[in-house]
Design a protein around this ligand. Structure first.
Ligand SMILES: [Zn+2]
Length: 568
């Protein structure tokens, strides 16, 4: 009798082994329209996942063979899936703090801005700081009656906030708007006063004809006030990071290039990783604004997470010029709408040389912010010289962040030098309508947002949003990439249509090219066997639907390392 049971048991095992898969998946995704960004196998129906990696790709029938007893089967029901999206340039903590501050990004008039601040002031205790960000005077439907140098003045703002200092950062991050109370605390006084404020190098306190400060501070002048705002507490930082990660998951972002942070953020992200709370892979650039931070990392060398691929620090961010909005982008010739002005560098160019020369032999990547054609040219020159001194280093992957406006001669240099153009297509939608005022038609056509020319001349172009400058949502940026229209769908045919990306190029710029820009193209960025199971699922086929429907598409599910981190 006992033997019979043993026999039966053995037979059962034999049957189970025969019918179940030898190598069952942890999960399978079937019945999808899956764009893999793998040229050899561009479109499949199903994917099998094991231990956070892709085990197999194929038809739903083929993948059925990996379904074991404990395999989770996710039926995509005909929905579209791509490799997990990579945001290649944005500001992690900014996204989170933005959610804790007054969001002025969608404000349509100056009056609406005043109203929002007045509401916050009503809730605040006297003396509390009121902070906000995201305003942009060029996005308002109309300007207030009184303007100075193209900006509003503080009178109405100060009237509703007599007891609270107010600091409101411009959407570009390159200017701020403050109230009377904040200026009193910072000692920003009229020119005719007994102690007129010293001008700040690399910045400007805007003043009216009488020499009175208007409340608008450009570039470094903002620090007169921003340095007075109480330091963020660790609790608030955790809250901000939690909110930022939630936002990324909801928007389908599985990897994130943080464009410049300090050790505090690196430590906090590591803490989240250790606590299992990090739901997107982080590629953190060291901020070049803290020389002592760079010195410490030069000694340590890069920190490359080759095990979990969740937190890597191997690049240095340098901020080299301002933005076009406040005429801060550094140009080779005068602004079309501000004769005699060419913007300015925001750090000495010798720093670009010095940092590049130190970084290359140590294996650090340099990511230099440049918007105007002069800034781009200066940086390409300096990158080229530093690389020439280290001819043995071939795989440097230096980047220019934004690369918005280029001299035609400099466009092919990106490909020649192997410098990545880390661009944000959404900036075209938001900025192109007024950027032509700054640059004029010829410079716009020859060198502004020239994605296709860069790609054709061999450059890798990545995509993103520069959030919180723009919302971190990748769908509008994808739409901008392929349409070159505003989010209102204008103009018909798009701006400089020859520079549009194809949908395949746009998807690659948001996946595999983003992975390349962080040295991770062998690990992620496409749906191939052995790569990370990072996926983004959409309710619409963003590769096929008519262009005007793209903006209605929504992320349905986000998967990082085989784990579902968001589901609508
Ligand atoms: Zn940025």
């Amino acid at each position: 009798m006992k033997n019979l049971y043993t026999l039966l048991f053995l037979a059962l095992i034999a049957w189970a082994c025969k019918s179940g898969p030898e190598n069952p998946a942890d999960s399978v995704y079937i019945n999808g329209i899956i764009y893999t960004v793998d040229e050899a196998n561009p479109k499949v129906e199903a994917v099998a996942v094991k231990d956070g990696l892709i085990l197999a790709v194929g038809t739903s029938e083929e993948i059925q063979a990996y379904v074991g007893e404990s395999t989770e089967v996710i039926d995509l029901l005909g929905k579209t899936m791509t490799p997990g999206l990579i945001e290649s340039h944005a500001h992690l903590m900014g996204i989170g703090y933005n959610k804790l501050e007054i969001d002025l990004m969608y404000v349509k008039t100056y009056d609406e801005l005043i109203q929002k601040v007045a509401e916050a002031a009503a809730k605040a205790k006297p003396g509390d700081w009121i902070t906000g960000r995201g305003w942009h005077q060029d996005k308002w439907l109309q300007m207030p009656d009184k303007t100075v140098k193209g900006f509003q003045t503080h009178d109405a703002l100060s009237e509703v906030t007599p007891n609270n200092p107010v600091y409101l950062a411009h959407a570009s991050g390159h200017a701020s708007f403050v109230n009377k109370k904040a200026m009193e605390l910072a000692g920003i006084t009229p020119l005719k006063s007994e102690k007129p404020t010293q001008e700040v190098e690399g910045g400007e306190i805007l003043r009216d004809d009488l020499g009175n400060p208007t409340g608008v501070l450009v570039e470094r002048a903002s620090t007169l006030v921003s340095k007075l705002i109480p330091e963020e507490t660790p609790e608030r930082a955790e809250e901000a990071l939690t909110l930022a990660l939630k936002e990324l998951a909801e928007k389908g972002i599985t990897s994130f290039h943080d464009a410049g942070s300090g050790q505090d953020v690196i430590d906090l992200v590591q803490k989240f990783k250790n606590e299992g709370k990090l739901t997107a892979r982080m590629y953190i650039m060291l901020t070049g604004r803290q020389p002592e931070l760079l010195d410490a990392w030069y000694k340590k060398g890069p920190m490359i997470d080759s095990i979990d691929h969740f937190v890597t620090v191997r690049s240095i961010k340098l901020n080299c010029d301002g933005a076009l909005g406040p005429w801060g982008a550094w140009l080779l010739e005068d602004y079309a709408d501000k004769p005699g002005h060419r913007g300015h560098e925001t750090l000495p160019m010798s720093v670009v040389t010095e940092v590049s020369e130190r970084a290359i032999p140590l294996g650090f990547q340099v990511c230099a912010h440049a918007i105007g054609d002069r800034a781009n040219q200066e940086i390409l020159d300096r990158f080229e010289a530093a690389l020439a001194k280290n001819p043995e280093v071939k795989d440097h992957r230096f980047r220019i962040e934004h690369a918005q406006h280029l001299h035609p001669d400099d466009i092919p240099r990106f490909g020649q030098l192997g410098v990545i153009a880390a661009m944000q297509a959404i900036h075209l939608s938001s900025d192109r309508p007024w950027a032509i005022d700054r640059l004029g038609e010829k410079r716009i056509i020859d060198g502004a947002y020239v994605w296709q020319t860069l790609m054709q001349t061999g450059a890798v172009v990545t995509n993103g949003t520069d959030a919180p400058v723009e919302p971190v949502d990748p769908i509008p940026s994808f739409y901008a990439s392929v349409s070159r229209k505003t989010l209102q769908g204008l103009p018909e045919g798009g701006y400089e249509a020859e520079q549009k990306m194809t949908r395949e190029q746009a998807l690659k710029s948001y996946t595999l090219d983003g992975a390349y820009a962080e040295f991770e193209e062998d690990f992620k960025g496409s749906i191939e066997v052995g790569k990370a199971a990072d996926f983004t699922v959409y309710d619409k086929d963003i590769m096929e639907i008519p262009e005007n429907e793209i903006l209605n598409a929504k992320v349905e599910m986000t998967v990082v390392g085989g784990k579902v981190v968001f589901k609508r």
